[in-house]
Design a protein around this ligand. Structure first.
Ligand code: APR
Length: 232
């Protein structure tokens, strides 16, 4: 089977009711990103950051995967599909995608502040807080504080090397719902081999090289069109 690699951003979850970051009324329009999603912000006010991700987690519980997420699962019948996502939601997993690589972390997980390999999927009965909310007082089984398992701005993107290797093996590379402004995730497109077919699904696409086949539609319609193109 040929390799199909997806690079998804907030736009693929927009039709599930999950806010994007930079669209009108986006997340960053209503919250100062460096206060709620940066390394310095966490050092300055960890309580605020716990509260912000508790709020996002609460909203995610009501969200459901949409036809775009399910369309990528459908493509697993025809391709070896790897999804590389900037999204911290678990909608790709909940739709049934088998191979999902998160570049910016996972909203439904927290990790030890002192041992980053100790990751806990919420809700977790090993933590002193048993539900979906955490705070500066939450402790893991070793008595250590926890933090959101999110890659904050100013922090390295640990899965980027693995993502580049996947992109370099792509026969088909598909960018879905990202403004392509945050690096290094935005550079993935350029790791796709020159002979790969490259598609970009976004109703308001950012500028991309001329060899990219742009489908200027919302993800649910764009993925449907992509499936027709790839399986005809
Ligand atoms: N279908 C597809 N794309 C959509 C839809 C939709 N229904 N609605 C909006 N979009 C597109 C927008 O046109 C835009 O190009 O989704 C993109 C959203 O861009 P951003 O809000 O910048 O989100 P993203 O590119 O994922 O941000 C990257 O920035 O703040 C950080 O860590 C955060 O992972 C995030 C990263």
């Amino acid at each position: 089977m040929k390799n199909l690699v997806v690079s998804s951003g907030a736009g693929i979850s927009a039709e599930s009711g999950v806010k994007t970051f930079r669209d009108a009324d986006g997340l960053w329009e209503n919250y100062p990103v460096m206060d709620v999603a940066s390394h310095d912000g966490f050092l300055r006010d960890p309580a605020l950051i716990h509260k912000f991700y508790n709020m996002l987690r609460e909203k995610l519980i009501d969200a459901k995967p949409n036809a775009a997420h399910y369309g990528l699962v459908e493509l697993e019948k025809y391709f070896n599909v790897n999804v590389i996502t900037q999204n911290v939601d678990d909608l790709h997993e909940r739709a049934g995608s088998k191979n999902v690589l998160h570049l910016h972390g996972e909203l439904m997980k927290v990790r030890s502040l002192r041992h980053e390999e100790r990751v806990y999927a919420l809700p977790c009965d090993k933590l002193t807080d048993k539900g979906l909310e955490t705070s500066v007082d939450t402790r893991d089984p070793y008595g250590d504080p926890v933090r959101p398992h999110i890659v904050f701005f100013q922090e390295a993107v640990p899965n980027m090397d693995q993502a580049c290797v996947l992109a370099q093996d792509a026969d088909v590379f598909v960018v879905i719902g990202t403004s392509l402004v945050v690096y290094p995730a935005a550079s993935l497109l350029h790791y796709a081999p020159r002979n790969a077919e490259v598609y970009y699904i976004d109703p308001r696409p950012s500028a991309v090289p001329s060899y990219v086949h742009v489908i200027p539609k919302p993800a649910t319609e764009g993925v449907k069109e992509l499936i027709e193109i790839l399986t005809k």
